[in-house]
Design a protein around this ligand. Structure first.
Ligand code: SAH
Length: 339
């Protein structure tokens, strides 16, 4: 467009800086741009915004141009920092037993523009509140490494100095555990943080809650983590969902400590958010989570318990979108019967 309109590259640079780095609002940024009326800033439309009444969480539901709903969550943490949780896919093929997204029955990749627009729109919303966006985590809908090429392109654009110019160490990619893709990411983006959703160190148990564990068994993942450590020279995050009677005993804690031996990692214990589609699963109570954490800490392992925000607006990740999609499907069905 720049060439077509014979624009001064300076204008384009300024527009990019205003929008992607400062998160200026569209009208202000475009007012100073010669071809402002020809610029389409967004690929996602905001379908619904839900603010928590109890803490600093905001859920954003976006509609893609294909008409699918995805969600992003802004977490205004009490420390003053702000994290954005982004989606990388609509639905997810990993189909984990405890996850609402996996129960959607679809898996479609989001384009880099669709992932980046979540950052862009959330950044604009925060800038209007005079808040900075500090961290970006790929912990929304989808398995980022099932959308690897688009993920890499997104990370490239997020960290490029002439684009979003974000520090790679403020970005975290969470995965169910895809060996080759984890290594490729660690190699190409050694400063981007990796998190592995481990959830159990017993292969049989892990297979029952994460079907993909069949393809990527625990002994392979142990090797993956060692290699990732070598490539990154930094800790990986181990996510461990606390499910009552499944993976939360004292023995399980000791086994986890042993399993992680020699691996540079800190453990983040995640309280389970119950989902409608998994009535057989319940979360571990607070006291048992603390006891589990203590065993890990005594074994010398850095351990934190995830502070969960937005319980009133979110239930679990993916639930709201699933409900909206279902409502839409019912409406579409009614409409097609009427016409
Ligand atoms: N597919 C990626 C990223 C998306 S899920 C992954 O598996 O890591 C982000 C995190 O939320 C994962 O650790 C996942 O296991 C966890 N999670 C999924 N459903 C949950 C639920 N109902 N309650 C709490 N955490 C959940």
């Amino acid at each position: 467009m720049r060439k077509e309109l014979r624009l001064d590259p300076q204008f384009v640079r300024k527009l990019r800086n205003d929008l992607l780095k400062k998160f200026a609002n569209d009208n202000d940024a475009l007012a100073a741009f010669p071809a402002g009326d020809r610029v389409q800033c967004h690929v996602l439309s905001l379908f619904k915004r839900v603010d928590s009444n109890i803490d600093g969480a905001t859920k954003l539901l976006f509609r893609t141009s294909a008409g699918m709903l995805i969600e992003s969550v802004i977490l205004r943490i009490a420390t003053g920092r702000t994290t954005l949780c982004v989606s990388s896919q609509v639905g997810c093929a990993a189909a984990c037993d405890f996850c609402a997204t996996g129960k959607m029955g679809i898996a479609q990749n989001l384009t880099p523009a669709e992932i980046l627009d979540q950052v862009f729109q959330a950044g604009q919303l925060l800038a209007a509140e005079n808040r900075r966006l500090d961290n970006i985590v790929f912990m929304g809908m989808g398995e980022p490494f099932h959308n690897e090429q688009n993920l890499h392109e997104t990370l490239q654009i997020l960290t490029a100095s002439h684009m979003f110019d974000r520090s790679p160490s403020t970005i975290l990619v969470s995965t169910v555990g895809v060996h080759d893709a984890m290594l490729r990411c660690a190699e190409r983006f050694p400063l981007v943080n990796l998190a592995l959703s481990l959830h159990s160190v017993d292969q049989e148990t892990r297979k029952t809650i994460i079907p993909l564990a069949r393809k990527h068994p625990l002994n392979e993942l142990q090797e993956t983590l060692r290699q990732v450590n070598k490539l990154q020279q930094r800790e990986v995050m181990i996510e461990y969902l606390m499910l009552a009677g499944v993976n939360d005993s004292s023995d399980n804690a000791s086994q986890l400590a042993v399993w992680l031996d020699g691996i540079q990692a800190h453990v983040n214990l995640i309280p389970y958010n119950p989902i409608d589609d998994a009535p057989h699963l319940t979360g571990t109570d607070r006291d048992q989570i603390s006891a589990f954490a203590d065993i890990l800490k005594k074994a010398g392992r850095k351990t934190t318990v995830r502070y969960s925000l937005g319980n009133d607006i979110a239930a679990a990740c993916g639930q709201l979108v699933r409900k909206e999609n279902r409502d839409k499907a019912i409406q579409d069905h009614k409409f097609s019967r009427q016409s």
